[in-house]
Design a protein around this ligand. Structure first.
Ligand SMILES: [Zn+2]
Length: 322
């Protein structure tokens, strides 16, 4: 389905503005620690209904749209394509803009009636919908979009430590978060992460949030439930630091989470407001890390090793028991 044809310059501007806005916020729209469907450690490109991957700017546009909306499917198609597959898209569904450009040669007649060949380009916008918004897609379409199996396993010592915390950790979807009211952690499936390290680092970050629950460390900063507040940014800083501490203890390189880079600017202002803030944040972060390490130490002393642990004492537990 074609949009009400915005001009080419409008399209360029809209798309440029969108990417610049993401970069301004510290988010690289082409980079995140997990993808809905990775293969061999790299992000997989969004795909059309016929199995052809998108290219160039459309990849960036669709990745950032998928990240913003939390879509897990890598399939995208127009309403018309969905209809041709006898699949349904709700009228209220929000599509994403992709562009299609092509150069062509046009023959016109010159001032003296001679034939003139002119090369021209056009850029057209289409609205496409993510597979998550489409009902009744045929099996062959869904199979096309199935993720390839990545190599690797979760890092054993990290899993031992994390399991000892006893948190309710659920897998699925394409976002990582801790739900404080329901007290559970949601993570994308392990296979969707770029690496075992990024999976472990993300888990450590969400577990740090989990330690703040009132039944545990009861960590509450002013207004911390409101997204965009100083308290919220502060809690993110604590989780970030705590994950870095835990990962360092485990000998895992913690990586910058693209979906948390947006806090960078806010942290700068929070930290500038009061030079003590970084100390406060670091001490909360240490308490959170210690809470997780202590749980692992207790379980190492007892018999509460996580069910998959086949080793008598695994590296992570030995280390954390110190
Ligand atoms: Zn966080």
């Amino acid at each position: 389905m074609t949009n009400a044809s915005p001009s080419r310059s409008e399209l360029y501007k809209t798309i440029t503005d969108r990417i610049v806005a993401a970069l301004d916020a510290g988010v690289r729209p082409w980079l995140r620690p997990w993808s809905p469907s990775p293969t061999e450690g790299s992000l997989q490109r969004p795909m059309r209904a016929n199995g052809t991957p998108y290219t160039g700017i459309n990849v960036v546009l669709l990745w950032s749209e998928a990240a913003a909306k939390g879509y897990a499917s890598r399939l995208w198609m127009t309403r018309k394509q969905a209809q041709s597959l006898h699949a349904r898209i709700a009228d209220s569904a929000q599509g994403a803009t992709v562009v299609f450009g092509r150069r062509f040669t046009r023959s016109t007649s010159g001032p003296k009636g001679e034939l003139v060949e002119a090369s021209a380009g056009f850029l057209k916008a289409f609205t496409v919908y993510n597979g998550d918004l489409i009902d009744g897609l045929p099996e062959r379409c869904l199979r096309l979009a199935e993720p390839a199996r990545p190599a690797g396993q979760p890092i054993h010592r990290a899993e031992c430590l994390f399991a000892a915390a006893g948190a309710d950790i659920r897998h699925g979807g394409s976002r990582a978060f801790y739900a404080p009211d329901l007290d559970f952690i949601q993570l994308p499936p392990f296979d969707a992460f770029r690496s075992a390290e990024s999976y472990a680092a993300t888990k450590a970050h969400e577990l740090a949030h989990w330690t703040g629950h009132r039944a545990r460390l009861d960590r509450r900063f002013h207004d911390c439930k409101r997204f965009g507040s100083d308290g919220y940014a502060f809690e993110e800083l604590v989780a970030e630091l705590s994950a870095a501490f835990v990962c360092a203890d485990l000998g895992i390189e913690s990586e910058v989470r693209a979906d948390h880079e947006a806090y960078l600017g806010h942290w700068v202002s929070v930290l500038r407001n009061d030079t003590r803030n970084i100390f406060t944040a670091a001490s909360h972060a240490q308490r959170a890390a210690d809470f997780l390490l202590a749980a692992a130490g207790r379980s190492a002393a007892g018999d509460a090793l996580h069910p998959d642990c086949t080793q008598a004492r695994c590296g992570g537990l030995e280390r954390s028991a110190v």
